[in-house]
Design a protein around this ligand. Sequence first.
Ligand SMILES: Cc1cc2nc3c(=O)[nH]c(=O)nc-3n(C[C@H](O)[C@H](O)[C@H](O)COP(=O)(O)O)c2cc1C
Length: 353
Amino acid sequence: MAYRPQTKRFLAITGSSIPLIQAPMANSNDSALVIAVAQTGALGSLPAATSSLEKLEQEMALLHAYGIASYNLNFFCHTAPANNPEALQRWRNCLQPYYAQFNLGQPEVSSAPARESFNLSMAQLVNRYRPKVVSFHFGLPVPELLSQVKQAGAIVISSATTVAEAIWLESHGADLIVAQGLEAGGHRGHFLSGDLSLQLGLFALLPQIVQAVKIPVIAAGGIASAAEVEAAMQLGAAAVQVGTAFLRASEATTSLVHRQALMQYVDGHGSTALTNVFTGRPARGIVNRLMHEQGPLSANLPDFPLASNAVTPIRLAAESAGSGDFSALWAGQNPSGCLALSAAQIVQRLIPN
Ligand SMILES: Cc1cc2nc3c(=O)[nH]c(=O)nc-3n(C[C@H](O)[C@H](O)[C@H](O)COP(=O)(O)O)c2cc1C
């Protein structure tokens, strides 16, 4: 495939030879997938949202030890949650029947956020390891932190779910934009409005964003084959970002219950929905018991990401019995490329001739 100028620009600034980003997938990938993807010439992403700082540093040190020169380090940059004991108690009351079912009594629930927002220590880590690319979900960090990332020489990416968000990101310093269609697995990246009726499918969103901004646009959401990559490029994408297709890769850290649910989903059993019951923010996952009984969208939740702590004891008890009924089974609307293969084979299937 002959590359257009925007794609050539993407390849030059990210140091990749294939216009494909393996999406960062908190809890489902670490450095092993990043290394395997980078060795194909595509751009691997290391998610930071659920890692401790120590673990993150170990993972980055590993990437450097393997000589991976280009990778994307991904952070969440949400507003810190309000301390709201009443909302937490309301959510605990909703979960009480499950605590009882698993004989958990009144379990201790940590008040520490299960997902960290980008902060000064993380900016210092960026400065020390100087990843080629740094991406953010939920907008951009405050200007003082963003300028530290830029001073470390990183290319900055963030996700837009509407044209207004894309314009905002371009004018606030993003170098590249991910157009995240409604098909995408995992958390919606919206940050200007929580109104889900504003969210668009990829092929409605992508050409409008391409029209509205000058910087290269990366298409994400439901891309699972070379034909879909080609279609996104035809609509003006400089590159694509693919998550769900990598979830069953041998190098991914996807849990057993998640892999089992994905296998059934690929075989035509099950469907996805947007849900906030696992974290407090809408994300797309395979419908399971908690989503079905408490959501998929609930008004009885503390702020993101505090909802997850109260679910954790139930999730752990269910998972130890082999059940994913209470696990966040993130997946996009198109499972057709989500196969149990090596990352290199998955990349191969995504490259147009
Ligand atoms: C399991 C899973 C975890 C995800 N975690 C993150 C994350 O940590 N950070 C992020 O920016 N996006 C995350 N995403 C969203 C992806 O960046 C991307 O928008 C999405 O995977 C694209 O759609 P697809 O899954 O249909 O390919 C996640 C997606 C999945 C499926």
